[in-house]
Design a protein around this ligand. Structure first.
Ligand code: NAD
Length: 356
């Protein structure tokens, strides 16, 4: 029996999680699911966005299915009490260093992309972002009075970009192994022409690549990668990069598909324990209206089955069911267009269950 922590969170979180849980239950797999509050909901209930009981449940589970957290009403709270801190706290406590963001353009939704249909039809790329290192976490950082540079004596701020060899090695292994299950190509994105850290990144990824002779590795500068993603996105299979470049490129790639309500994500640690969540936020503007698209969360549950629970065929079955409801013309409001049938959050979940 595998243990799943269900953390619905705020805004549309509970609505979309309900549909994903419905789909998981319909699969009749040996899963023990337990819920706990997180984010603003947890702050309201117990004064902290990541209460100890929630963290304990997450730590003791094989995987976490996470809705979304946040609401503008919490923007005035002290930073450690804001809902978003719950995700950072979970990433840190569980050592979730590998972030998977697939960008898949479903045939039926090609028109929703801002790019020409022929550029995105059939798009299926996987961005793997290192999530716990790089300039976002590097020390030292802060503000001080400059003693050198262009303006000695002026106030300045600074951050530190750094990666250790084991940090690069483990994310490189994740990328090569993911590529082995796909089209066997890895593009490592760096800025080796300017940054010492990313020349090192490139060297270490190249070295790890020697262990995967069946996977083709190429290297690309981040500025070129940003350009290629909108010029010829289908040239990519797996893209692996550092925390900051991955932050930017994964959002760029997700927009190629044109539909934020469709995109799942996973963050894994070295034991394959993972946190699975839609790429979008808590959408407070539509919360409680029953119109949110639950497919990103349902597809996140499929990723959970594949990456943390070893249930590849169940994952593929859910993904096929999602394709089927799209082919049937069913659409929530965010992806609705002329000639398709508009359905609610619950109706979309029911349709996926029926299509399984
Ligand atoms: P958002 O992703 O919540 O919403 C952006 C827009 O997309 C909104 O118009 C929303 O209605 C729409 N949208 C998002 N998901 C949708 C879905 N499933 N179906 C239909 N429409 C959908 O981003 P935002 O409005 O900038 O942020 C809202 C809150 O979410 C903030 O408090 C932010 O901090 C938080 N947030 C949380 C996460 C997370 O939990 N991982 C990620 C991003 C933002």
């Amino acid at each position: 029996m595998k243990k799943i922590a269900i953390l619905p969170g705020d805004g549309i979180g509970p609505e979309i999680i309900d549909e994903a849980v419905k789909v998981l239950k319909a699969m009749k797999l040996p899963l023990e699911m337990s819920s706990a509050p997180v984010g603003g909901a947890a702050y309201e209930a117990s004064g902290h966005p990541l209460p100890e009981a929630t963290l304990k449940l997450a730590q003791e589970s094989d995987a976490i299915l996470f809705g979304a957290v946040g609401d503008w009403k919490y923007d005035t709270l002290d930073r450690p009490l804001r809902p978003e801190q719950a995700i950072l706290g979970l990433r840190k406590a569980l050592g979730l260093f590998a972030n998977f963001r697939p960008a898949i353009c479903y045939e039926q939704l090609t028109h929703a992309s801002s790019l020409k249909p022929e550029l995105v039809a059939g798009l299926d790329i996987l961005i793997i972002r290192e999530l716990t290192g790089d300039i976002y976490f590097g020390q030292p950082r802060g503000r001080r009075t400059a003693t050198d540079g262009h303006f000695p004596g002026a106030e300045e701020a600074y951050d530190t970009m750094r990666y250790s060899k084991p940090e690069i090695e483990r994310i490189a292994h994740v990328a090569f192994q993911a590529a082995q299950k796909r089209n066997k190509r890895v593009t490592s994105v760096d800025k080796a022409n300017v940054l010492e850290t990313f020349q090192f990144w490139k060297d270490v990824v190249t070295e790890v690549g020697l262990q995967y002779p069946d996977v083709a590795l190429d290297h690309m500068y981040v500025d070129n990668a940003a350009m290629q993603l909108v010029k010829e996105p289908k040239r990519f299979d797996v893209v692996v990069t550092g925390n900051m470049f991955g932050d930017i490129l994964s959002d760029e790639a997700s927009m190629l598909t044109g539909s934020i309500g469709m995109l799942p994500s996973a963050s894994l640690n070295s034991q394959n324990q993972g946190l699975y969540e839609p790429s979008h936020g808590s959408a407070p503007d539509i919360a409680g209206k029953g119109i949110a698209n639950p497919l990103a969360t349902i597809l996140s549950a499929a990723m959970m089955l594949r990456f943390s629970l070893g249930q590849e065929s169940a994952a593929a079955q859910i993904e096929a069911a999602v394709q089927k409801v799209l082919a049937q013309g069913l659409r929530t409001a965010d992806i609705h267009s002329a000639g398709t049938t508009k359905v609610s959050t619950v109706e979309m979940g029911d349709a996926v269950v029926a299509a399984l």
